[in-house]
Every structure is written in C-alpha cells, then in structure tokens.
Design a binder for this molecule. Structure first.
Ligand SMILES: Cc1cc2nc3c(=O)[nH]c(=O)nc-3n(C[C@H](O)[C@H](O)[C@H](O)COP(=O)(O)O)c2cc1C
Length: 200
C-alpha cells in the first residue's frame, strides 16, 4: 500500500518531509482536510463563574498524570479566550453520543451570549471555579490555568486538574472527517463491538 501524496520509498530510505511554506487558503484548506483525518472526541470548554462562556473544542489533550495536566487550544478571537485568561480557570465537558446538538450550538457564532448562552442546556457549576459542566456529559475536568503558550492564531492553555468526574462508559460523540459520528456499541457473541456510524 502506498501513502497518498508521498513518493514511494523502500526500507532504509527516508522520505524528504517538505515544508509547505505557506499560510494562505491554498494551504489551510488542504491542511484542514489532512488534520480532519485525526478522529477526536468533542468537548465543551467553559469558563467564568458569574459570566460564563462556552465553546465547542476538540483540541483537548491529556498531557500528564503526575502532575495531572491537560491542554486545550483556543482561537484568540473566540469570546471564551479572554474569559479563560481573566478567570485563570476552565472546565471541559466530554460530550456523549446524543449531544451533537450541544456541540453544534457551542460552535455557532450566532448563539446567545452572557447568561443566556447556557439556557438551552442543563449545567452545574464546577466545585472550585464555578465554570459550567454540562448535564449528560460523559466526563468533566476542572482546571486551574497554569501556562499560556503562543500557538499561532490559537493560544495553548495548559491546565492543572483541580477536580474531575465521569459517568459509566456510554457511547461518545466523535469528530472525524469534518463530521460528527457516534460509535454504536453492539453485542456480538461475547464481544462488545463498536460500530462507527456517521450521524450527520
Ligand atoms: C467539533 C468542533 C471542534 C472545535 N474545536 C475547537 C478548538 O479546539 N478550538 C477552537 O478555538 N475552536 C474550535 N472549534 C470552533 C469553535 O467552537 C467555534 O468557532 C466557536 O463559535 C468559537 O467561539 P466564538 O463564537 O465566541 O468565536 C471547534 C468547532 C467544532 C464544530
């Protein structure tokens, strides 16, 4: 099998990894497609106790268990960017399979802002920071912002985990190829098999 877009090299030969050296739409479009081949879960990032903001994010990554650290990358123009900096904290809710509408809502620039932003979902304040945790999420993680790194048009927020929780394992909401998917757990003999279904 060959690798699409690369010349074929035999064992012991090294592909010359080329820099594409550009930032324009001609690079961004194809790169977005390439990066879309990395399947992720989907979270709602939230921050601010009294005036909370939320945003759909799939750049969440676990970084370290000892000490417990996670990161999330946030576009500098997103409303929540300043709220994370001001509050020095954030919470992440890991969305379950049926929560595609929640993911779409918090990724929609035209959603209501201020307190009304969270009117369409049930939520509870995270115990230390008051950042909203979405009802029905598979898991949640509350963090203190410990470092902010420059990440081009995004900031990389590193968070020290203050508290976390999870539900029993259920089907997760996934994002792959620019679409939402949910794995349907099917019982096949003695095995639970995840059958990945595109839902939109
Ligand atoms: C599945 C999915 C994942 C996303 N992940 C991120 C992310 O990790 N970081 C980010 O800055 N925006 C991400 N976005 C885009 C934001 O959710 C969206 O642009 C949001 O409206 C930004 O907030 P704003 O309306 O306040 O600008 C994602 C969108 C979707 C649909």
């Amino acid at each position: 099998m060959t690798v699409t877009g690369l010349p074929r090299h035999g064992p012991g030969q090294h592909a010359q990894g080329g820099r594409d050296g550009g930032e324009g739409p001609a690079v961004r479009g194809p790169l977005r497609t390439v990066l879309g081949h990395f399947a992720t879960g989907v979270t709602v990032l939230a921050a601010g106790g009294d005036a909370p903001e939320g945003m759909t994010a799939n750049s969440f990554t676990s970084v370290s268990l000892s000490p417990p650290l996670v990161l999330v990358c946030v576009k500098r123009t997103a409303a929540i960017h300043q709220t994370v900096l001001d509050s020095g904290s954030f919470a992440l809710s890991v969305l379950a399979g049926p929560q595609e509408d929640v993911a779409r809502y918090f990724a929609d620039h035209s959603r209501p802002r201020g307190r009304r932003e969270f009117d369409i979902v049930g939520w509870s304040p995270a115990p230390n920071t008051g950042a909203p945790v979405i009802y029905g999420a598979l898991a949640w993680i509350e963090c203190e912002l410990t470092e902010t790194y420059d990440g081009g048009d995004h900031s990389i927020f590193l968070g020290a985990v203050l508290a976390s929780g999870h539900e029993p394992t259920r089907d997760a909401l996934l994002f792959y190829g620019g679409r939402f998917h949910r794995p349907a757990l099917r019982r096949a003999g003695k095995w639970d098999i995840a059958v990945y279904q595109e839902v939109s």
